[in-house]
Design a protein around this ligand. Structure first.
Ligand code: PLP
Length: 393
């Protein structure tokens, strides 16, 4: 009998990948499936970014790079953060990472152990809780409420902090709700956090470009009072439709940078060299394809919200960010996961049950509008027919 460590019995995963696999299996059997389940842009990476990677390969960038990433890319990230948020970050605080996820993995490894508490959003990205459990730390959910437009509540978050709290995870714009925490609430949270200097903060800002209705993204780096304990998670996956390239970055404060560098050396050595050159082109090249993609998401957001609000037993708050809607389906009589499963099997629409994002996700489903307006409309029609004709299981 192999004896593995107990921590692996506690690690979770992301059910969106299981739903994607089932949707692909049904499609392979000839079923017509509309996928509103997966969290990735349905656009191609812009050509000039692809060409930059091809050129890097042709130019011979085939070897290891520094573990923290190539300097021109770290400089470009610093310049981008300065341009968009007027914050000064040294390239020596920036680390190029193989996607957004590894930053949460490393951060939670750095702070999580038995006896430690880690605060994370519920509903929220499932990997936060999975990794907290893996480390043996106690996961402490921060409720994210529909009544609060799916924003963080500063007051509720601060009340959960104890002497055992080591890390607070924030995410705005948010997956799975599309919620955006307004600046006034972030200001309040940061002022409150000044009373708790023992708490590190990881701000997951992977959807920072995707805000609508005149909202502006609030980057946590703009608050000097928490800079020495703030980890920023960001990357190229969503903004430049580059999920498969595995390219992200982190800003690490103080000694955490060296811990992260050592973890990288132990784990992946460096990020794929040609992907780093692609990332450099993305940041320094024209931004109009990203702007077009976001304008298209905004159009679909309006279609999806209007359509969801017409469905029986369903109501949907207007999300201000990311590319997700999180409709309330409590009045349909269905449990969220049962509804998601039945919609996939019987109506050919893939979406994700809210409980896959935490216990407070019950009564909601996540609808990704990273699909064409035409497919979204057809999916809404199928869901409408299903809810009208089928009794709750
Ligand atoms: N953070 C959030 C909130 C996400 O929704 C995702 C992906 O869905 C990630 C991080 C991970 O991004 P990446 O694909 O770059 O690892």
């Amino acid at each position: 009998m192999l004896k593995t460590v107990a921590a692996f019995d506690r690690i979770g995963e992301e059910n969106a990948f299981a739903v994607l696999a089932r949707a692909m299996q049904l499609a392979a059997q000839g079923r017509d499936i509309i996928n509103l389940g997966i969290g990735q842009p349905d656009f191609r990476t812009p050509d000039f970014i692809v060409e930059a990677a091809v050129k890097a390969l042709r130019d011979g960038h085939h070897g290891y790079t520094p573990a923290v990433g190539i300097m021109p890319l770290r400089e470009a990230v610093a310049a981008d953060l300065h341009k968009r948020f007027n914050v000064s970050v040294s390239p020596d605080e920036i680390m190029i990472m193989p996607g957004g996820k590894p930053t949460m993995f490393m951060t939670i490894l750095m702070f999580g152990e038995s006896g430690a508490d880690i605060l994370y959003p519920d509903p929220g990205f499932p990997i936060y809780r999975s990794m907290i459990e893996y480390t043996g730390a106690r996961p402490v959910p921060v409720p994210i409420r529909e009544e609060n437009n799916f924003a963080f509540s500063a007051e509720e978050t601060l009340k959960l902090i104890t002497p055992q709290t080591r890390l607070l995870i924030l995410n705005s714009p948010a997956n799975p709700t599309g919620g955006v925490t307004p600046k006034a609430e972030v200001d309040k949270l940061v002022v409150g956090l000044e009373r708790f200097p023992h708490v590190a903060i990881m701000s997951d800002e992977i959807y920072d470009h995707m805000v609508y209705d005149g909202e502006t993204h609030v980057c946590l780096l703009s608050y000097p009072s928490i800079r020495d304990r703030l980890i920023l998670l960001n990357g190229w996956s969503k903004t430049y439709a580059m999920t498969g390239w595995r390219l992200g970055y982190a800003v690490w404060p103080g000694k955490l940078y060296d811990y992260a560098r050592k973890l990288a050396v132990n784990l992946h050595s460096c990020v794929n060299a040609s992907a780093q050159y692609a990332g450099l082109a993305a940041l320094t090249g024209p931004q109009d394809e990203t702007a077009k993609m976001i304008a298209e998401f905004d159009k679909r957001r309006k279609i999806v919200v209007a359509g969801l609000n017409k469905l029986p037993g369903t109501s949907c708050a207007t999300p201000k960010g990311a590319f997700y809607a999180f409709p309330n389906i409590k009045r349909t009589g269905w449990k969220a996961k049962a509804l998601a499963a039945a919609l996939l099997e019987e109506a050919g629409v893939a979406l994700i049950g809210g409980p896959d994002f935490g216990v407070l996700g019950e009564g909601y489903v996540r609808v990704s509008y990273a699909n064409s307006a035409e497919n979204i409309l057809q999916a809404l029609e199928r869901i409408g027919e299903f809810l009208t004709s089928r009794k709750a299981a």
